[in-house]
Design a protein around this ligand. Sequence first.
Ligand SMILES: *[C@@H]1O[C@H](CO)[C@@H](O)[C@H](O)[C@H]1NC(C)=O
Ligand SMILES: *[C@@H]1O[C@H](CO)[C@@H](O)[C@H](O)[C@H]1NC(C)=O
Ligand SMILES: *[C@@H]1O[C@H](CO)[C@@H](O)[C@H](O)[C@H]1NC(C)=O
Length: 318
Amino acid sequence: MVRSVLLSFCFLGFAACARGEFYKLEDDIVGPRFLSAFDFQDIADPTHGRVRYVNKFDALWKNLTYVDENSFILRTDYTNTLDPNGPGRDSVRVMSKKTYSTVTTVFDVRHMPQGCGTWPAIWTTTTGKWPDGGEVDIMEGVNDQWSNQATLHTGPGCTMPPYRLQTGMSNGDNCDVYATYNAGCSVGFQNPLSYGPQFNRNGGGWYAMERTPFYVKVWFWTREDIFVPHDVKHGGSHINTGSWGIPAAYFPNTSCNFDKFFSDHNIIINLTLCGDWAGNDDVYSNSGCPSTCVDHVNNNPSAFADAYFDIASLRIYC
Ligand SMILES: *[C@@H]1O[C@H](CO)[C@@H](O)[C@H](O)[C@H]1NC(C)=O
Ligand SMILES: *[C@@H]1O[C@H](CO)[C@@H](O)[C@H](O)[C@H]1NC(C)=O
Ligand SMILES: *[C@@H]1O[C@H](CO)[C@@H](O)[C@H](O)[C@H]1NC(C)=O
């Protein structure tokens, strides 16, 4: 009896996995495990942000990264005034040691960086020459914008169909970074609780991204959403994305050859300040932010006290 249940369970798991939708927990990253699952990258910010990414030792020593049993904190410095001719504000960029292709990642996020000049991101990409191999942005925004946006970035030849089954709104269907000034094909979420101060006041929520050879889907549920799937909320050992409902963002492969445009990806969590997007003069001033982005970062350390991620868990299903 037990044996036949087990057998049929395995069979189901296998048959379903090939189809996508059914996945098994592969990495359960909570608290201190973030420090072993991710590398710290003290690199120059490729998007010209007013930050200095520090190494692991400095991140822990300066308490820019902090872990306890059930949280992972990643933040910028919020105590030092900066020399305008010196390096940017200390911040942290971490990249997963493992790479993934067909995968579902579930992030339980309690707090995301907020404030003028902030540009936080949870995303996946390759270590190869960008944009070859593609980029998937799961959670991203600047200057406390109205809601989250999820985006694909590729080389030329990847577009999205104009009508898609998603709750978000497409901002453009061409994912080619060369044709879109690096913007790619983004989808703006309809729920303002998906980003910034509103997200934080509400205790955050869950972000999930499923990538298969056929599509990429991104979901978001607020902390109090009564429709958050049980397997998401409770970090189940098995998940069924087929029961998660319509995603906020849906990127099918109908006019984009995923095999060609997307290779194995690392997961990256980064927090930059200003830079090409957040610090763009129009974008920054249209957000109602004070002075210029770089001056704000240099002179107002305390404005960055809430510029931190508090991540309860990252569960990776294959
Ligand atoms: C931070 O994340 C965004 C993801 O959208 C990316 O465009 C940017 O290059 C990243 N910056 C760094 C230094 O990783
Ligand atoms: C380090 O940061 C954590 C999380 O923000 C905080 O609880 C803790 O008190 C900080 N430790 C020190 C020594 O400041
Ligand atoms: C979508 O992906 C599947 C699985 O790799 C493939 O068989 C199919 O040809 C792809 N469709 C397009 C239009 O690329």
